[in-house]
Design a binder for this molecule. Structure first.
Ligand code: NAD
Ligand code: GLY
Length: 366
Protein backbone atom coordinates (compact mmCIF):
# COMPACT_ATOMS: atom_id res chain seq x y z
CA UNK A 1 0.00 0.00 0.00
CA UNK A 2 1.32 3.41 -0.94
CA UNK A 3 0.03 6.34 1.06
CA UNK A 4 0.67 9.92 0.12
CA UNK A 5 1.98 11.89 3.11
CA UNK A 6 1.44 15.66 2.70
CA UNK A 7 4.50 17.76 3.46
CA UNK A 8 5.04 19.00 6.99
CA UNK A 9 7.76 21.34 8.14
CA UNK A 10 9.89 21.29 11.29
CA UNK A 11 11.95 24.43 11.84
CA UNK A 12 15.44 24.36 13.24
CA UNK A 13 15.94 27.69 14.97
CA UNK A 14 19.51 28.96 14.86
CA UNK A 15 19.12 32.69 14.21
CA UNK A 16 20.37 33.56 10.75
CA UNK A 17 21.32 29.90 10.21
CA UNK A 18 17.72 28.69 10.77
CA UNK A 19 16.22 26.37 8.17
CA UNK A 20 13.22 24.14 7.51
CA UNK A 21 13.14 20.35 7.47
CA UNK A 22 10.45 19.33 4.98
CA UNK A 23 8.98 15.87 5.51
CA UNK A 24 6.55 14.18 3.12
CA UNK A 25 6.19 11.83 0.19
CA UNK A 26 7.22 12.57 -3.41
CA UNK A 27 9.04 15.80 -2.50
CA UNK A 28 12.00 15.26 -4.81
CA UNK A 29 10.11 15.92 -7.99
CA UNK A 30 8.55 19.21 -6.84
CA UNK A 31 10.62 22.33 -7.56
CA UNK A 32 8.30 24.39 -5.30
CA UNK A 33 9.75 22.63 -2.24
CA UNK A 34 13.10 24.20 -3.08
CA UNK A 35 11.87 27.75 -2.46
CA UNK A 36 14.20 28.16 0.56
CA UNK A 37 17.27 27.31 -1.54
CA UNK A 38 19.40 30.26 -2.66
CA UNK A 39 19.63 30.71 -6.39
CA UNK A 40 23.00 30.34 -8.07
CA UNK A 41 24.30 29.66 -11.51
CA UNK A 42 25.12 26.03 -10.80
CA UNK A 43 24.11 23.13 -8.61
CA UNK A 44 26.17 20.02 -7.87
CA UNK A 45 24.26 16.93 -6.81
CA UNK A 46 26.61 14.71 -4.81
CA UNK A 47 25.32 11.18 -4.56
CA UNK A 48 26.69 7.65 -4.81
CA UNK A 49 26.63 4.78 -7.26
CA UNK A 50 23.65 3.13 -5.53
CA UNK A 51 21.41 6.19 -5.13
CA UNK A 52 22.20 7.91 -8.42
CA UNK A 53 20.25 5.49 -10.67
CA UNK A 54 17.28 5.64 -8.28
CA UNK A 55 16.81 9.37 -7.63
CA UNK A 56 19.38 11.65 -9.27
CA UNK A 57 17.43 12.20 -12.50
CA UNK A 58 14.29 13.24 -10.59
CA UNK A 59 16.18 15.75 -8.47
CA UNK A 60 18.14 16.97 -11.45
CA UNK A 61 14.92 17.69 -13.33
CA UNK A 62 13.47 19.63 -10.40
CA UNK A 63 16.69 21.65 -10.07
CA UNK A 64 16.83 22.44 -13.78
CA UNK A 65 13.98 24.93 -13.19
CA UNK A 66 16.21 26.95 -10.81
CA UNK A 67 19.81 26.46 -11.99
CA UNK A 68 21.42 27.04 -15.38
CA UNK A 69 23.75 24.07 -14.91
CA UNK A 70 23.09 20.99 -12.79
CA UNK A 71 26.04 18.61 -12.39
CA UNK A 72 25.94 15.16 -10.82
CA UNK A 73 28.84 13.48 -9.02
CA UNK A 74 28.54 9.84 -8.04
CA UNK A 75 30.86 8.71 -5.25
CA UNK A 76 31.76 5.11 -4.43
CA UNK A 77 29.26 3.70 -1.93
CA UNK A 78 30.13 2.84 1.65
CA UNK A 79 31.41 3.97 5.03
CA UNK A 80 34.88 2.79 3.99
CA UNK A 81 34.90 5.64 1.44
CA UNK A 82 34.12 8.39 3.95
CA UNK A 83 37.69 9.59 3.71
CA UNK A 84 40.01 12.28 2.32
CA UNK A 85 40.42 10.59 -1.01
CA UNK A 86 36.68 10.51 -1.71
CA UNK A 87 36.12 13.99 -0.29
CA UNK A 88 38.68 15.24 -2.77
CA UNK A 89 36.54 13.92 -5.64
CA UNK A 90 33.95 16.56 -4.67
CA UNK A 91 36.55 19.34 -4.86
CA UNK A 92 37.79 17.92 -8.17
CA UNK A 93 34.25 18.11 -9.57
CA UNK A 94 33.62 21.63 -8.23
CA UNK A 95 36.86 22.97 -9.66
CA UNK A 96 36.55 20.94 -12.84
CA UNK A 97 33.12 22.44 -13.55
CA UNK A 98 34.40 25.94 -12.72
CA UNK A 99 31.91 26.24 -9.83
CA UNK A 100 31.86 29.64 -8.10
CA UNK A 101 31.01 30.43 -4.47
CA UNK A 102 27.28 30.68 -5.25
CA UNK A 103 27.17 27.07 -6.37
CA UNK A 104 24.73 25.07 -4.27
CA UNK A 105 25.63 21.50 -3.27
CA UNK A 106 22.88 18.91 -2.87
CA UNK A 107 23.68 15.84 -0.76
CA UNK A 108 21.48 13.08 -2.20
CA UNK A 109 21.93 9.89 -0.21
CA UNK A 110 22.49 8.57 3.28
CA UNK A 111 24.60 9.90 6.11
CA UNK A 112 27.90 9.10 4.40
CA UNK A 113 27.09 11.28 1.37
CA UNK A 114 25.50 13.91 3.65
CA UNK A 115 28.48 14.16 6.02
CA UNK A 116 31.01 14.37 3.18
CA UNK A 117 29.02 16.81 1.05
CA UNK A 118 28.45 19.04 4.08
CA UNK A 119 32.17 19.07 4.84
CA UNK A 120 32.95 19.88 1.21
CA UNK A 121 30.39 22.72 1.30
CA UNK A 122 31.92 24.06 4.52
CA UNK A 123 35.35 24.26 3.00
CA UNK A 124 34.99 24.88 -0.76
CA UNK A 125 35.91 28.55 -1.26
CA UNK A 126 35.53 28.82 2.57
CA UNK A 127 31.85 27.93 2.40
CA UNK A 128 29.10 27.47 -0.19
CA UNK A 129 25.40 26.76 0.47
CA UNK A 130 24.22 23.18 0.65
CA UNK A 131 20.99 21.22 0.92
CA UNK A 132 20.49 17.84 2.53
CA UNK A 133 18.31 15.40 0.60
CA UNK A 134 18.50 12.34 2.88
CA UNK A 135 17.38 9.03 1.39
CA UNK A 136 17.98 6.67 4.33
CA UNK A 137 15.91 6.55 7.49
CA UNK A 138 19.04 7.20 9.53
CA UNK A 139 19.84 10.32 7.57
CA UNK A 140 16.24 11.57 7.73
CA UNK A 141 15.96 11.21 11.50
CA UNK A 142 19.47 12.28 12.44
CA UNK A 143 22.47 12.90 10.24
CA UNK A 144 20.96 15.41 7.78
CA UNK A 145 19.79 17.65 10.62
CA UNK A 146 21.99 19.80 12.81
CA UNK A 147 25.05 20.60 10.73
CA UNK A 148 27.60 18.02 11.86
CA UNK A 149 29.79 17.17 8.87
CA UNK A 150 32.84 14.92 8.86
CA UNK A 151 35.04 12.26 7.37
CA UNK A 152 36.62 9.33 9.19
CA UNK A 153 40.30 8.84 9.99
CA UNK A 154 41.74 5.32 10.25
CA UNK A 155 42.37 6.11 13.94
CA UNK A 156 38.91 7.45 14.73
CA UNK A 157 35.38 7.91 13.45
CA UNK A 158 34.20 11.36 12.28
CA UNK A 159 37.40 12.90 13.62
CA UNK A 160 37.84 15.51 10.89
CA UNK A 161 34.96 17.83 10.12
CA UNK A 162 33.08 21.04 10.77
CA UNK A 163 29.79 22.36 12.09
CA UNK A 164 28.08 23.72 8.99
CA UNK A 165 24.33 24.03 8.61
CA UNK A 166 22.41 23.21 5.43
CA UNK A 167 19.89 25.72 4.01
CA UNK A 168 17.14 23.11 3.77
CA UNK A 169 16.57 19.44 4.58
CA UNK A 170 14.23 17.64 2.20
CA UNK A 171 13.07 14.31 3.68
CA UNK A 172 11.26 12.52 0.87
CA UNK A 173 9.67 9.53 2.63
CA UNK A 174 9.03 7.83 -0.72
CA UNK A 175 12.76 7.16 -1.08
CA UNK A 176 12.58 4.80 1.90
CA UNK A 177 10.68 2.27 -0.24
CA UNK A 178 13.94 1.16 -1.93
CA UNK A 179 16.02 1.00 1.25
CA UNK A 180 17.32 -2.51 2.12
CA UNK A 181 15.75 -3.94 5.31
CA UNK A 182 19.11 -3.95 7.12
CA UNK A 183 19.49 -0.21 6.46
CA UNK A 184 15.96 0.48 7.68
CA UNK A 185 16.78 -1.27 10.95
CA UNK A 186 19.97 0.78 11.23
CA UNK A 187 17.87 3.94 10.99
CA UNK A 188 15.51 2.67 13.67
CA UNK A 189 18.44 2.66 16.12
CA UNK A 190 18.64 6.45 15.90
CA UNK A 191 14.84 6.74 16.20
CA UNK A 192 14.83 4.58 19.35
CA UNK A 193 17.69 6.69 20.79
CA UNK A 194 15.43 9.73 21.24
CA UNK A 195 13.12 7.87 23.66
CA UNK A 196 15.39 6.97 26.60
CA UNK A 197 17.33 10.25 26.43
CA UNK A 198 14.44 12.69 26.01
CA UNK A 199 10.91 11.47 25.44
CA UNK A 200 9.33 8.49 27.21
CA UNK A 201 6.00 9.03 25.42
CA UNK A 202 7.86 8.61 22.13
CA UNK A 203 9.51 5.46 23.51
CA UNK A 204 6.02 4.08 24.32
CA UNK A 205 4.89 5.01 20.80
CA UNK A 206 7.89 3.30 19.17
CA UNK A 207 7.27 0.15 21.20
CA UNK A 208 3.63 0.11 20.14
CA UNK A 209 4.52 0.73 16.48
CA UNK A 210 7.81 -1.12 15.99
CA UNK A 211 6.24 -3.78 13.76
CA UNK A 212 4.58 -1.09 11.61
CA UNK A 213 7.91 0.72 11.33
CA UNK A 214 9.76 -2.44 10.29
CA UNK A 215 6.97 -3.08 7.75
CA UNK A 216 7.45 0.52 6.44
CA UNK A 217 3.95 1.68 7.19
CA UNK A 218 4.00 5.20 5.66
CA UNK A 219 2.09 6.91 8.46
CA UNK A 220 4.29 5.30 11.13
CA UNK A 221 7.47 6.29 9.29
CA UNK A 222 6.19 9.85 8.83
CA UNK A 223 5.52 10.17 12.57
CA UNK A 224 8.90 8.66 13.49
CA UNK A 225 10.77 11.03 11.16
CA UNK A 226 8.81 14.08 12.29
CA UNK A 227 9.12 13.43 16.04
CA UNK A 228 12.82 12.57 15.71
CA UNK A 229 13.46 15.79 13.78
CA UNK A 230 11.48 17.80 16.34
CA UNK A 231 13.59 16.44 19.20
CA UNK A 232 16.83 16.92 17.30
CA UNK A 233 15.85 20.48 16.31
CA UNK A 234 15.03 21.27 19.94
CA UNK A 235 18.38 19.99 21.21
CA UNK A 236 20.50 21.51 18.43
CA UNK A 237 18.60 24.81 18.76
CA UNK A 238 19.87 25.01 22.35
CA UNK A 239 23.40 23.74 21.78
CA UNK A 240 24.47 23.89 18.15
CA UNK A 241 28.18 23.23 18.77
CA UNK A 242 27.84 20.57 21.45
CA UNK A 243 29.18 22.50 24.40
CA UNK A 244 26.85 20.49 26.64
CA UNK A 245 23.31 19.27 25.98
CA UNK A 246 23.80 18.12 22.38
CA UNK A 247 26.13 15.36 23.54
CA UNK A 248 23.09 13.38 24.75
CA UNK A 249 22.34 12.64 21.08
CA UNK A 250 25.41 10.42 21.21
CA UNK A 251 23.82 7.84 23.52
CA UNK A 252 25.34 4.48 22.56
CA UNK A 253 27.80 6.13 20.19
CA UNK A 254 31.00 5.82 22.26
CA UNK A 255 30.64 2.04 22.36
CA UNK A 256 29.24 2.09 18.80
CA UNK A 257 32.11 4.03 17.28
CA UNK A 258 34.56 1.59 18.90
CA UNK A 259 32.70 -1.29 17.23
CA UNK A 260 32.77 0.45 13.84
CA UNK A 261 36.44 1.37 13.85
CA UNK A 262 37.51 -1.80 15.69
CA UNK A 263 35.89 -4.09 13.10
CA UNK A 264 36.85 -1.85 10.15
CA UNK A 265 34.45 0.77 8.78
CA UNK A 266 31.49 -0.75 6.97
CA UNK A 267 31.53 -4.22 8.55
CA UNK A 268 28.73 -3.30 10.94
CA UNK A 269 26.45 -0.47 9.83
CA UNK A 270 26.63 2.71 11.88
CA UNK A 271 23.06 2.19 13.14
CA UNK A 272 23.79 -1.43 14.09
CA UNK A 273 26.80 -0.33 16.12
CA UNK A 274 24.72 2.40 17.77
CA UNK A 275 21.91 -0.07 18.55
CA UNK A 276 24.32 -2.46 20.26
CA UNK A 277 26.12 0.51 21.83
CA UNK A 278 22.83 1.62 23.41
CA UNK A 279 22.48 -1.82 25.02
CA UNK A 280 25.97 -1.34 26.49
CA UNK A 281 25.10 2.24 27.46
CA UNK A 282 21.96 1.01 29.21
CA UNK A 283 23.95 -1.57 31.22
CA UNK A 284 26.42 1.15 32.20
CA UNK A 285 23.57 3.48 33.16
CA UNK A 286 22.10 0.72 35.33
CA UNK A 287 25.41 0.22 37.11
CA UNK A 288 25.66 3.97 37.70
CA UNK A 289 22.18 3.98 39.24
CA UNK A 290 20.18 5.85 36.57
CA UNK A 291 17.85 3.04 35.50
CA UNK A 292 16.80 -0.38 36.74
CA UNK A 293 17.15 -3.84 35.23
CA UNK A 294 13.62 -3.71 33.85
CA UNK A 295 14.43 -0.59 31.80
CA UNK A 296 17.60 -2.22 30.44
CA UNK A 297 15.55 -5.26 29.41
CA UNK A 298 12.87 -3.07 27.85
CA UNK A 299 15.36 -1.14 25.75
CA UNK A 300 17.26 -4.29 24.74
CA UNK A 301 14.04 -6.01 23.64
CA UNK A 302 13.03 -3.01 21.53
CA UNK A 303 16.43 -2.80 19.85
CA UNK A 304 16.22 -6.51 19.06
CA UNK A 305 12.68 -6.17 17.66
CA UNK A 306 13.99 -3.43 15.38
CA UNK A 307 16.27 -6.07 13.83
CA UNK A 308 19.47 -4.82 15.41
CA UNK A 309 22.32 -6.75 17.07
CA UNK A 310 22.36 -6.64 20.86
CA UNK A 311 25.57 -8.59 21.48
CA UNK A 312 28.84 -6.77 20.80
CA UNK A 313 31.73 -8.23 18.79
CA UNK A 314 34.58 -9.78 20.76
CA UNK A 315 37.20 -7.09 20.26
CA UNK A 316 38.54 -7.54 23.80
CA UNK A 317 38.07 -5.04 26.61
CA UNK A 318 41.56 -3.53 26.20
CA UNK A 319 40.90 -2.79 22.54
CA UNK A 320 37.44 -1.33 23.28
CA UNK A 321 38.96 0.98 25.90
CA UNK A 322 41.77 2.01 23.57
CA UNK A 323 39.30 2.79 20.77
CA UNK A 324 36.88 4.62 23.05
CA UNK A 325 39.61 6.98 24.25
CA UNK A 326 39.71 8.35 20.67
CA UNK A 327 36.34 10.04 21.04
CA UNK A 328 35.44 13.70 20.74
CA UNK A 329 33.89 13.62 24.22
CA UNK A 330 37.11 12.36 25.84
CA UNK A 331 38.86 14.84 28.09
CA UNK A 332 42.54 14.45 29.01
CA UNK A 333 42.39 10.81 27.94
CA UNK A 334 39.35 10.08 30.13
CA UNK A 335 36.45 8.43 28.32
CA UNK A 336 33.10 10.16 28.85
CA UNK A 337 29.87 8.29 28.19
CA UNK A 338 26.31 9.41 27.59
CA UNK A 339 24.34 7.65 30.31
CA UNK A 340 20.67 7.67 31.23
CA UNK A 341 20.42 9.40 34.61
CA UNK A 342 16.70 8.60 34.82
CA UNK A 343 14.33 7.23 32.19
CA UNK A 344 13.80 9.99 29.62
CA UNK A 345 16.86 12.00 30.62
CA UNK A 346 20.58 11.66 29.88
CA UNK A 347 23.87 13.18 30.93
CA UNK A 348 27.55 12.82 30.09
CA UNK A 349 29.98 11.40 32.63
CA UNK A 350 32.99 9.20 33.11
CA UNK A 351 32.89 5.71 34.59
CA UNK A 352 35.57 3.58 36.24
CA UNK A 353 37.41 1.38 33.74
CA UNK A 354 36.58 -1.65 35.89
CA UNK A 355 32.87 -0.93 35.52
CA UNK A 356 33.19 -0.50 31.76
CA UNK A 357 35.03 -3.82 31.61
CA UNK A 358 32.13 -5.49 33.48
CA UNK A 359 29.69 -4.05 30.94
CA UNK A 360 31.80 -5.26 28.02
CA UNK A 361 32.11 -8.73 29.58
CA UNK A 362 28.33 -8.86 29.96
CA UNK A 363 27.45 -7.46 26.51
CA UNK A 364 30.04 -8.90 24.13
CA UNK A 365 30.40 -12.28 22.47
CA UNK A 366 32.89 -14.53 24.24
P1 NAD B 1 24.94 5.27 4.24
O1 NAD B 1 25.04 6.67 3.85
O2 NAD B 1 26.11 4.39 4.02
O3 NAD B 1 23.68 4.64 3.49
C1 NAD B 1 23.37 3.30 3.71
C2 NAD B 1 23.27 2.49 2.40
O4 NAD B 1 22.00 2.73 1.81
C3 NAD B 1 24.28 2.85 1.35
O5 NAD B 1 24.68 1.69 0.68
C4 NAD B 1 23.50 3.76 0.42
O6 NAD B 1 24.02 3.79 -0.89
C5 NAD B 1 22.15 3.10 0.45
N1 NAD B 1 21.01 3.96 0.16
C6 NAD B 1 20.83 5.24 0.54
N2 NAD B 1 19.58 5.63 0.25
C7 NAD B 1 18.99 4.58 -0.38
C8 NAD B 1 17.70 4.37 -0.89
N3 NAD B 1 16.73 5.28 -0.79
N4 NAD B 1 17.43 3.19 -1.48
C9 NAD B 1 18.37 2.22 -1.54
N5 NAD B 1 19.60 2.34 -1.02
C10 NAD B 1 19.90 3.52 -0.44
O7 NAD B 1 24.55 5.11 5.79
P2 NAD B 1 23.55 5.90 6.74
O8 NAD B 1 23.10 4.91 7.72
O9 NAD B 1 22.55 6.67 5.99
O10 NAD B 1 24.51 6.95 7.45
C11 NAD B 1 25.55 6.54 8.29
C12 NAD B 1 26.56 7.65 8.37
O11 NAD B 1 25.95 8.80 8.96
C13 NAD B 1 27.75 7.32 9.22
O12 NAD B 1 28.92 7.69 8.54
C14 NAD B 1 27.57 8.15 10.46
O13 NAD B 1 28.78 8.50 11.07
C15 NAD B 1 26.84 9.34 9.93
N6 NAD B 1 26.05 10.06 10.91
C16 NAD B 1 26.18 11.40 10.98
C17 NAD B 1 25.42 12.12 11.86
C18 NAD B 1 25.51 13.62 11.88
O14 NAD B 1 24.94 14.25 12.78
N7 NAD B 1 26.16 14.24 10.93
C19 NAD B 1 24.51 11.47 12.70
C20 NAD B 1 24.38 10.10 12.60
C21 NAD B 1 25.16 9.38 11.69
N1 GLY C 1 24.12 12.58 15.83
C1 GLY C 1 24.50 13.37 16.95
C2 GLY C 1 24.45 14.82 16.73
O1 GLY C 1 24.05 15.29 15.68
O2 GLY C 1 24.78 15.56 17.60
Amino acid sequence: MRLSVPPESVEILLGERSYPILIGSDLLSEPRHLAAVPTGSAALIVTNTTVEPLYAATLREALAARFRAVHVLSLPDGEAYKDWRTLNLIFDALLGHGCDRKTVLFALGGGVVGDMTGFAAASYMRGVPFVQVPTTLLAQVDSSVGGKTAINHPLGKNMIGAFYQPRLVLCDLSTLSTLPARELSAGLAEVIKYGPIHDLDFLDWIEANIDALVARDPAALAHAVRRSCEIKALVVGQDERETGLRAILNFGHTFGHAIESGLGYGKWLHGEAVGCGMVMGAHLSRRLGGIDDAFVRRLTALIERAGLPVVGPALGADRYLELMRVDKKSEAGEIRFVVIDKPGSATVRSAPDAMVREVLAQCCAA
